[in-house]
Each structure stands twice: as structure tokens, then as C-alpha cells.
Design a protein. Structure first.
Lengths: 169, 469
């Protein structure tokens, strides 16, 4: 995965719940083509029609609160969004996304500071979110070591696969 | 510095004398719970072993619990196929703690775990459900995880990368006023903390009100700590916990008792005087949007739901039914009741609560999550309002983003069912319906000697009280 990338900012509010990310009635779906049309349907039924591959969500505090459904994080990843930048994340959603190596970036000031449609750059190594349109920087909370490893190996599944193999040797 | 409850549990689960807040540990798991989302866990679990040449075998089948509750009976062929897949897996892996769709031992996961004695003080419990926080009511460190993380637990028997969390100490003293319940206490606390106020932290409950609270009430408050963002809620082991595990959950083996250290370090301490609380309502669409019931009084509701992993236990049903005895659910309002487990359902039948509900016009449904998550059994129409004893009121929660959900205690739900609008239970009469056959017999027996009428009635009252505990 690239550690530096650019995308267009799509803004969502604070307290976005997993119900809004992916309503429960779709949580038994497994095929990407079935899931993806419903991403963020709970907050904006037209979201997927205005979203382009590589866009970056910019949200307020407590993103991903509510149910533990990992399918919400999986659907966001499958949708083609590049990352989510938010003031803060709810714990389970944060871990779910990191476990599937989908980048979440916590940075103070991004929600009031970045406008809808702005071009932003995320630099995971430097811990920076840069608003290219306004030329303004936001410092992000650095990943803990384990999260860095997960992002490098491509998620928890691969990490555990390696550990299971090691234990068996 | 001493250790909090959760520090103690994590130290035990990692064979260390102590752990500090911020340490990253890999605790052993004592219990790993999943419901229908086990289907996704099974996928991720098989993926881990793909092309490794190793057999995909869970680390310890006796520590895994699988319960069908979210979509029971199946609402679609897709769910039924997933449930079939899980049944096959459970059989192959030898998982005995499996609760299928049954009228004798089924129910909601957060009731099945306590009532079967699966959770003990000091346990590390993980569940693929955010309300796994509930089981802190039995002295465990219990928290929600996602499907991939559960697959990792099934493989390794440990949770990876657990940062020892900070703890908020909440001390509750004073007696609840009439018609105020643990649900009102936790709604009040969430309103105070906000929906993210306890993010990545644990809430540890103390104080005389908690000590006097039944396990049923403790499950309510720990259940909803996640609505303030908390990793978990927890209560130090005490007499009531022992009583519940031995008497109600029929646990035979020795129970580990321990307490947080008196000099443990807390992130902050919050004190609450329960005697000053009122019935509370969480307004749409966030759980921290909490106001007094007085501010909601008069709002018309089309659906009332009593049940869920928060308030679907026997005492909750009793409270709601006490407002309906001899009355009718208002026309234009439908009332759905979901007992939290089959065991509770059976007991509610015996005690006449089901009779009261049905004669009043409420529908008593099978045990399960019901409409709480908006999949089936009671979706809302456009523009409709629901009043529910459940735990979430997010946009779309009961299956319709164009509807609204208000959260409340079983007393508010019961009182409001009669009027068809949100009603302060303190303004209407309720009938005591604790007319259990057992208590009746006690009264009769005591009445026989006919000596001192005053002492007789006192004794009878005492016995009834005892029987109710």
C-alpha cells in the first residue's frame, strides 16, 4: 500500500454510525458488487453516485460508532475510497479497518478546516494531512507499532497466518 | 500505584504481577462469543489457514459460544443459509456452547451468557457484538471486536494488541426514586459523558447504589457503556455477583473474587446521586441526546418496543406489565415485547406477565434482538416514531432512516403504551403485578393462624419481598 496519496475530500458529519455506513439489512451480503452500492446509504442514499475512486472521507468526531459489524469497514474498503480522515474514531471501527489494512487517519482540526471537494494529501509516514487547495497542514496521530505492522503485511489475516505457521514449526 | 479492575484482569490473563495503563498485551481469552456474524468469522478463519497446509481447528472449542439471536427465526434465505453454515461449523469443531433457534434454551447472547454461567469474574471475554460490554456486570473484562479479530482469537486463543485502557470511576450513591431505574442512570451518564466521552476507556462502577443493584440492573448499565464509547463497563465482584452465579446461573465451581486496589489510578472520578435522577429519554438520533421525560411528554409514538439485551429481562417485563394490567395499549400504537431469553419467556408466562401484555393488546414475540437492529419483526414506516427500551436510536436503527427512535426505561414504555404518547410514569398509576403463585401461597399460609392481624400482614409483606429478590 502506498504511504502517500492524494484525493478529493468528501465530507460527512460527526458520530457517523456503522448503521449509516452500512445499514444492518445489508450485512449478510458478501459479494462486493452487492455491498458497494449501499455504502453510506444510511446517511446519503446518493453517496455512491457522487463518489469517485480514490476520494477521501473527511469526518467529525467518533466516526464508526455503534455496532461492531466489520462488514461496514469491508464495504468502505471495497467501494474504492482511499482513506478516512476524522477528528476521532470509535474503537471497534478503528480496529476493524486497521485489521483489513484500510487507512484511517485521526487528525485534529480536519473537519472544520477542510472544505468539501478540496484536494488533500495523506502522508502516513510523516503523519500529515495536507489540504492542497488551501495549503494547510494537519498533524495526525501516529500509528502504534502493531498498526504499522498490520498496514505493512496487509492486515490481520496475513499477520495471524504467519504466526500460526511459526507456532506449527 | 495500585491496579484497576481491568488492570487486574489483564495481569492475570498475561501471567504478570502487574500491568500499567498503556502497556500493550496479548491476554488469554476465556470466552469468545459470536452470533449470526460467525458466518463472516468462519470465512476469515478459513482464510487464515488457506495454503498453509494446516488444518483450520479452533484453539479451544469449550471456550467458544455461538448464539443465534439477531435474525431469529431467519428473515431471509440468505440468513438461513448462513445459519446452516454456522451449524455445520459448530458440529465439525465440537463447539458445545451453541444456542440454536429454540424455545427452551435460546435467547439474546447477552442474556444467554450470564444465565448459563458462562461468564465469571476475572474472565477476558470477547464478542463480535458491541454490547459485549454487558458482561462486566459479572466482573469480567468484556469487549466487542470485529470478525477478523475474532478469527484471530479462534486461531490463537489470545486477543492481539490490547492496550491496557484507562478507567473512569463512577460512584453512584443514594436510592432511586420511584419509577427511576438503572436505565435512567446509564442514560444520564451517557448524556454527561457524550457519545465519545469514554472512547478507548473502561467505566468502573462503585457505590452503595451499585452494591444494592441486582445483576439484571448491572447488565443494563454495563451494556450501554459502549454508547459513551467505552471499551467496557465493569463492576467489582461482590455478594450479589456470587448470589447470581450460584442461584440463578447454577455455577458449581469456585468463583474467583478480587477487587480493584484502593490506590488504583483512575482517569477521573464521577459521582452520581441516584436519588436526584428522573426518568430519562434519549432523543433521536444519538444516545447522548438525553433529556428528562418531562421534555418528551406528549410526543405521539406509533411503536413501543420492550425487550433487547438492555431491558428484556424478567424485572423489565414486570415493570412494563405493571402499567398495562387491566388496561389497553392505545389505538394507533403497537406494542412489541421481546423477552431476552426463552428462560425469561417461560418465567414471564408462569407469572402472568405474558397474559397481561396480550390482553392489553401487546404482541409478545419470540426471544431475540427483534427490531432493535432493524432487520425484521417490527420495522418503522416513514415519519413514524418509536419508543424503545433498547440501546440505540441512530438514524435508520429500526430499519428506516425516515423514522425516529426514542430510548427509555421499561416504566416509561409501559406508561406510554396506554396513552400512545411519551408519558412520565410518575404521573400515572401502575398496578403491582408481583402475584406469583408462590407468593400467593405464602400469604395464605401466614393468614391461617389468624392471631394478630397486624403482625400477619407485616410478615406476609416481608415474605413477598423476600420472594421477589
Amino acid at each position: 500500500m502506498e504511504s502517500r496519496f492524494r484525493g478529493r475530500a468528501l465530507k460527512l458529519g460527526p458520530n457517523i454510525s456503522t448503521e449509516q455506513i452500512l445499514p444492518a439489512r445489508y450485512s449478510t451480503l458478501t459479494k462486493p458488487e452487492d455491498l458497494v452500492p449501499h455504502v453510506f446509504e444510511g446517511i446519503d442514499p446518493l453517496f455512491m453516485s457522487r463518489m469517485k475512486k480514490g476520494d477521501i472521507i473527511v469526518a467529525g468526531a467518533n466516526f464508526g460508532c455503534g455496532g461492531s459489524r466489520e462488514i461496514a469497514a469491508i464495504a468502505v474498503k471495497l467501494s474504492g475510497l482511499a482513506a478516512i480522515v476524522a477528528e476521532s474514531f470509535s474503537r471497534i471501527f478503528y480496529r476493524n479497518a486497521m485489521n483489513i489494512a484500510f487507512p484511517l487517519i485521526e487528525a485534529a482540526g480536519v473537519f472544520p478546516g477542510i472544505a468539501e471537494g478540496a484536494i488533500i494529501e495523506v502522508d502516513l509516514d510523516k503523519g500529515l494531512v495536507r489540504d492542497i487547495t488551501k495549503m494547510r497542514n494537519f498533524h495526525s496521530v501516529p500509528y502504534p507499532d502493531f498498526m504499522k505492522t498490520l498496514m505493512q503485511v496487509g492486515g490481520l489475516e496475513e499477520y495471524v497466518r504467519q504466526r500460526v505457521k511459526k507456532t506449527e514449526l | 500505584m495500585g491496579m484497576t479492575m481491568v488492570q487486574k484482569v489483564l495481569a492475570m490473563a498475561t501471567d504478570q504481577a502487574s500491568v500499567n495503563v498503556g502497556d500493550v498485551v496479548e491476554p488469554r481469552v476465556d470466552l469468545a462469543m459470536s452470533h449470526e456474524n460467525a458466518a463472516l468469522v468462519i470465512n476469515q478463519f478459513s482464510e487464515i489457514y488457506k495454503n498453509t497446509g494446516l488444518e483450520a481447528k479452533v484453539w479451544d472449542p469449550s471456550k467458544i459460544v455461538i448464539i443465534f439471536d439477531h435474525r431469529v427465526p431467519a428473515e431471509s434465505s440468505k440468513t438461513a443459509t448462513n445459519q446452516k453454515k454456522i451449524r455445520d461449523f459448530v458440529g465439525k469443531q465440537g463447539i458445545d456452547k451453541f444456542h440454536d433457534i429454540r424455545g427452551d434454551e435460546g435467547g439474546i447472547c447477552h442474556q444467554i451468557l450470564p444465565e448459563n454461567g458462562y461468564v465469571r469474574p476475572g474472565y477476558v471475554v470477547v464478542g463480535t457484538d458491541s454490547h459485549t460490554t454487558s458482561h462486566g456486570a459479572l466482573g469480567a473484562f468484556s469487549f466487542g471486536i470485529g470478525a477478523t479479530e475474532m478469527a484471530s482469537v479462534w486461531a490463537l486463543g489470545r486477543v492481539l494488541n490490547v492496550e491496557v485502557p484507562d478507567t473512569i470511576k463512577v460512584i453512584v450513591t443514594g436510592q432511586f426514586p420511584k419509577n427511576v431505574f438503572p436505565k435512567d442512570l446509564i442514560l444520564h451518564l451517557i448524556g454527561k459523558l457524550t457519545a465519545e466521552g469514554a472512547n478507548f476507556k473502561v467505566i468502573e462502577f462503585h457505590g452503595s447504589t451499585i452494591q444494592k443493584m441486582t445483576t439484571s440492573g448491572r447488565l443494563v448499565i454495563c451494556n450501554m457503556t459502549v454508547e459513551a464509547g467505552a471499551t467496557s463497563g465493569v463492576i467489582p465482584p461482590d455478594k450479589e455477583m456470587l448470589r447470581y452465579l450460584k442461584q440463578d446461573a447454577h455455577v458449581k465451581d469456585k468463583i474467583r473474587m478480587f477487587s480493584p486496589d484502593p490506590d488504583a489510578g483512575y482517569e477521573r472520578v464521577i459521582e452520581i446521586d441516584a436519588s436526584k435522577l428522573e426518568p430519562m429519554i434519549a432523543f433521536p438520533h444519538t444516545v447522548d441526546n438525553v433529556k428528562s421525560v418531562k421534555e418528551a411528554a406528549g410526543i405521539k409514538v406509533q411503536q413501543i418496543v420492550v425487550g433487547s439485551c438492555t431491558n428484556g429481562r424478567l424485572d423489565d417485563l414486570e415493570i412494563a406489565a405493571s402499567f398495562l394490567k387491566g388496561k389497553k395499549v392505545a389505538r394507533g400504537t403497537r406494542m412489541l415485547v421481546f423477552p431476552a431469553s426463552s428462560r425469561i419467556y417461560l418465567e414471564a408466562l408462569k407469572r402472568g406477565y405474558v397474559d397481561t401484555f396480550m390482553k392489553a393488546g401487546a404482541m409478545v414475540m419470540n426471544s431475540g434482538c427483534g427490531p432493535c437492529l432493524g432487520v425484521h419483526q417490527g420495522a418503522l414506516g416513514d415519519g413514524e416514531k418509536a419508543l424503545a427500551t433498547t440501546n440505540r436510536n441512530f438514524k435508520g436503527r429500526m430499519g428506516n432512516p425516515n423514522a425516529e427512535v426514542y430510548l427509555c426505561s421499561p416504566a416509561v414504555a409501559g406508561a406510554s403504551a396506554v396513552t400512545g404518547m411519551i408519558t412520565d410514569p410518575r404521573t400515572v398509576a401502575s398496578v403491582s403485578i408481583s402475584i406469583r403463585t408462590k407468593s400467593k401461597k405464602v400469604v395464605k399460609k401466614v393468614a391461617k393462624p389468624k392471631r394478630k392481624p397486624v403482625a400477619k400482614s407485616k410478615l406476609a409483606a416481608k415474605k413477598i419481598k423476600k420472594g421477589r429478590k
